[in-house]
Design a protein around this ligand. Structure first.
Ligand code: PLP
Length: 403
């Protein structure tokens, strides 16, 4: 038998667009992961807000393996039972009347932006194509979505960007009021910005966007790729605000770790994606949708959603203790089990060191830029796993910043 691949093989065989940690996880159960040497890690990263039920959840393993024994793939030349079941549930539980399935958040946003442009084109002609997006936002890595995202470092160096995209400061409604016009076809916004540090929209901002987009016949798109599927204690974050979008994108948590995404919308918008206008070979595949149905069985219950809030407050209290002991953090922002832990200016740029120190202590965390430690653990993490992870985090933080 060949020897197991090692982390050192990465540079030899992989495109160098990632710089993974120096261990290779091979197995997970709940909020614990083991590497090749058998060392265990507590997972506060959740695969970047994806594994919302932890690793190898028995209900998800059952749904996947049962479906695997029936039918894996059909293409969209046919429909399939798990996709129809999932769409039915999403329609029942949200503002949406129609669903389009894709495989990733970027693809769901690509579909949302194309839908907004196509609807505007059909209804008002070719001059209505402008898109308003926000500084610091992240919408995916396809060329359209990365151009719409508000982080030029990800979109520069690839030639001319698609035309008609304007970036404005987040939470600045006046700026939007000045920019928006009858040429605008869409405003796309994360209700809480994830990649730039868990920064929530103000209620006035989202309500104002709703009003302005309605006035100018533009689509209001909520990117809930990171904030959706229970992460903030509601099935979708827009429910906290009481502001309803025209299009909502969901990915990450929806498949609990199986690649799946959905674009939710109303019948009035959906009709502009008539047969052949958009598509995906794998979008809405039976395996992903079967898993997502099992995810919703567990997440979309009052007990689980209330549990998110309870767990979040418990974790936040301990994080604030660690912050006080270390003196290294200025603010803890959180919405449900989704934390952005801001380093003080004196420790600017050192979030990566926290990630590395946490790994040394047997803990997985995330970054949101160089100054923010981000965490997005399983929504059903046990108290014991949480406490163990927090103890490891405390050791990691104090090893760096004393206290
Ligand atoms: N939108 C948001 C808000 C995200 O956080 C992400 C990923 O981090 C994406 C879109 C892109 O999703 P994916 O990486 O699945 O394409």
């Amino acid at each position: 038998m060949n020897a197991a691949p090692q982390r050192s093989d990465f540079e030899r065989v992989m495109v160098p667009n990632y710089a993974p940690q120096n261990f290779v996880p091979v197995r997970g159960e709940g909020s614990r992961v083991w590497d090749q040497s058998g060392r265990d890690y507590i997972d506060f990263g959740g695969g970047i807000a994806v594994t919302c039920l932890g690793h190898a959840h028995p209900a998800l393993v059952k749904a996947l393996t049962e479906q695997a024994g029936k039918i894996w793939h059909l293409s969209n030349v046919y429909t399939n039972e798990p996709a129809l079941r999932l769409a039915e549930r999403l329609v029942e539980r949200t503002f949406a009347e129609r669903v389009f399935f894709a495989n990733s958040g970027g693809e769901a946003n690509e579909a949302a932006l194309k839908l907004a442009r196509r609807a505007a084109y059909d209804r008002f002609g070719e001059d209505k194509y402008e898109i308003i997006a926000f500084d610091g936002s992240f919408h995916g890595r396809t060329f359209f979505t990365v151009s719409v995202g508000g982080q030029p470092k990800y979109s520069s160096g690839f030639g001319p960007r698609p035309a008609g995209i304007t970036h404005l400061p987040y939470n600045d409604l006046d700026a939007v009021a000045k920019q928006i016009s009858d040429r605008t076809c869409a405003v796309i916004v994360e209700p809480v910005i994830g990649e730039s540090g868990i920064v929530p929209a103000t209620p006035e901002f989202l309500a104002g966007l709703r009003e302005l987009t309605r006035k100018h016949n533009a689509a209001l798109i909520f990117d809930e790729v990171q904030s959706g599927v229970g992460r903030t204690g509601k099935l979708y974050c827009y429910e906290h605000y009481g502001v309803v979008p025209d299009i909502l994108t969901s990915a990450k948590g929806i498949g609990g770790g199986f690649p799946l995404a959905a674009m939710l919308t109303t019948e009035a918008w959906a009709k502009h994606f008539s047969v052949g206008v958009h598509g995906s070979t794998y979008g809405g595949n039976p395996l992903g949708c079967a898993v997502a149905n099992a995810v919703l069985d567990i997440i979309d219950t009052p007990e689980t959603l209330a549990g998110v809030v309870k767990r979040a407050d418990r974790m936040a209290a301990r994080l604030n203790e660690i912050a006080a002991k270390s003196g290294a953090f200025s603010e803890l922002r959180y919405r449900g089990l989704w934390f952005g832990w801001q380093l003080k200016p004196a420790f600017r740029g050192r979030a990566g060191e926290v990630l590395a120190a946490a790994a040394r202590e047997g803990l997985m965390v995330l970054l949101a830029g160089p100054d923010v430690v981000r965490m997005a653990p399983s929504l059903v993490i046990s108290d014991a796993e949480m406490d163990e992870g927090l103890a490891r985090l405390e050791r990691a933080v104090l090893s760096l910043f004393g206290g």
